[in-house]
Write a protein that binds this ligand. Structure first.
Ligand code: GCO
Length: 255
């Protein structure tokens, strides 16, 4: 009984920003749980390489190349999936960038760019996916937040604001789409070892701070998100809505 609850056979998952990092790890986990996966990225070479590696591992993988800030490209990508008979039952809004700069040195355009990529894209892509999920009466939307969905850290203001917005966008999606059989939830990864965090893991002081501040006394690994993303993508979470689950080694639970 319990294993079937987490089985994604027959489901299709679109994961944005999935050529590498957390998105790639979640895409691989969803594929291992039985889902057909649609990878997304803006770099064609990196996207095709990721798709080829996953196909070599025996997974059924499609590639949807679009810039998550380009609304016309998003619409065209979804129409292309429609025409190919590929219907995402699961959307993971993972794409995002980081920009570490004090606000007093931050150009308004850079602020806007981070908000656009990390937050507005989740709304636009979520709307396109939900437009197709609603007639089917079911769907799973999983937005990727952050520890900064709850707490601020100096020098990452636009990222923090965007991730705080991701938490509340998730609740707004639940408010409007739950009655249509869609479950919208979020995952808040803690400090994970990724390319985006290379500057931090390479910094001995920051590394020591993360290990001291985290009860688990270590950084997280991208693969450690897989269990939570499978849970939120599967029927095991059919009555879970508007929640954010932190996979953070306990960091948010302690002073
Ligand atoms: C930073 C990091 C964080 C982590 C993650 C923590 O500069 O503080 O990039 O933002 O990536 O979001 O949850």
């Amino acid at each position: 009984m319990s294993a079937r609850l987490f089985d994604l056979a027959g489901r299709t998952a679109l994961v944005t920003g999935s050529s590498r990092g957390l998105g790639r790890a979640m895409a691989e986990g969803l594929a291992a749980a039985g889902a057909v996966v649609v990878l997304n990225g803006s770099d064609p070479n990196r996207l095709e390489a990721a798709a080829a590696e996953m196909r070599k591992a025996g997974h059924t993988v499609h590639a949807a190349r679009f810039d998550v800030t380009d609304e016309a490209a998003i619409t065209a990508a979804f129409e292309g999936l429609d025409q190919a008979g590929i219907a995402p039952d699961i959307l993971v809004n993972n794409a995002g960038i980081q920009l570490r700069r004090p606000m007093m040195e931050l150009a308004t355009e850079d602020w806007r760019r981070v908000i656009e990529i990390n937050l507005t894209s989740a709304f636009v892509i979520g709307r396109e996916a939900a437009r197709r999920m609603i007639p089917r009466g079911r769907g799973k939307i999983i937005n990727i937040g952050s520890l900064t969905s709850e707490l601020a850290r100096a020098t990452v203001a636009p990222y923090t604001v965007a991730k705080g917005g991701i938490k509340m966008l998730t609740k707004a999606m639940a408010a409007e789409w739950a009655e249509h059989g869609i479950q919208a939830n979020a995952i808040g990864p803690g400090y994970m070892i990724t390319d985006m965090n290379q500057a931090l893991t390479d910094n001995p002081q920051f590394d020591a701070w993360v290990k001291g501040r985290t009860p688990a006394r270590r950084w997280g690994k991208p693969a450690e998100l897989v269990g939570t993303v499978i849970f939120l993508a599967s029927e095991a979470s059919d009555y879970v809505n508007g929640q954010i689950i932190y996979v953070d080694g306990g960091m948010l639970s302690v002073l």
